[in-house]
Write a protein that binds this ligand. Structure first.
Ligand code: PBE
Length: 268
């Protein structure tokens, strides 16, 4: 046909996020795996990516972004994640909680909390949506925690109060990690008398600070694929408390109105 290919229409550009994100590394493997050498991933940020997505949708323009589940954007917009038949994005993944060595001895109550912290993608998505819809991060966390008291009780059960001790939690400004870290802060401060200092950092320092003990715990380790490089680099220098959520997924995301379904469809 004479119509422009999807690549030509988009000038072979995919809107990415921050360069240290695991999904950026994965996408740089996806392009050659599917013969998409003409395509490039534009570095951006989680917030700028969703802003571009929103304005493309307002104008019913085509757009391709790096995207992940759970995320509020799937509530706000009609979107689809393109099939990844080669599973270069690793399929379904989980999120783990990592703590510094020695946390168990120094702050047993915090350790018990992090060990028991576990929820579902719908919960996380709900908090993300509240924040996106204008609530402050702590208001969103509070409202969610109040509506999910039984679940929250399973996290704090048997955990010794902190008597005001400070717990340092590094996080990256991705919507999901912002939401989960703020829920942790709200619950630990309100149920366990800890003070939680949230430290916004780049992905490398999020892992490095828990590994070198300058931070206490992180709740956004996407495994086994997304953060594999960071995980392996620091393995042995942190304690992995296991899964806090299962059922995440990374990929290329497009508006529903686009006439493509698979990453394979991006080839001219
Ligand atoms: N994400 C959200 C992150 C992990 C959490 C998928 C953007 C990443 O790609 O590293």
């Amino acid at each position: 046909s004479e119509s422009a290919s999807i690549g030509e229409e988009l000038e072979y550009e995919i809107i990415g996020i921050d360069p240290g994100a695991g999904i950026m590394e994965q996408t740089s493997d996806v392009l050659p795996a599917y013969g998409l050498e003409k395509w490039e991933v534009q570095e951006s940020s989680g917030a700028a990516m969703t802003a571009e997505l929103g304005s493309a949708i307002d104008d019913e323009e085509p757009i391709i972004v790096t995207g992940w589940i759970p995320h509020w954007k799937f509530f706000e917009f009609d979107l689809k994640m393109l099939d990844d038949p080669k599973e270069v994005y690793g399929g379904e993944e989980e999120i783990n909680t990592l703590v510094r060595k020695g946390l168990k001895e120094d702050m047993p109550g915090a350790y018990t909390f992090f060990d028991q912290f576990q929820w579902e993608p719908d919960h996380l998505q709900n908090v993300m949506l509240k924040i996106e819809n204008g609530q402050s991060e702590q208001e969103a966390a509070k409202e969610w925690a109040e509506n999910n008291e039984d679940l929250v009780n399973t996290w704090v059960e048997g955990a010794e109060p902190g008597n005001g001790a400070t717990v340092k939690v590094p996080y990256v400004a991705w919507a999901d990690v912002i939401a989960s870290s703020n829920v942790v802060k709200y619950v630990m401060e309100n149920e366990l008398d800890y003070q939680v200092e949230l430290l916004q950092v780049e992905p490398g320092p999020m892992f490095a600070s828990v590994a070198d003990g300058s931070a206490d715990a992180m709740v956004g380790a996407w495994l086994p694929s997304t953060h594999n490089d960071y995980y392996e680099k620091y393995e042995g220098d942190f304690e992995d408390l296991g899964v806090n959520l299962t059922g995440t997924r990374n990929g290329l995301v497009v508006p529903e109105y686009m006439d493509i379904d698979s990453i394979e469809d991006l080839k001219d």
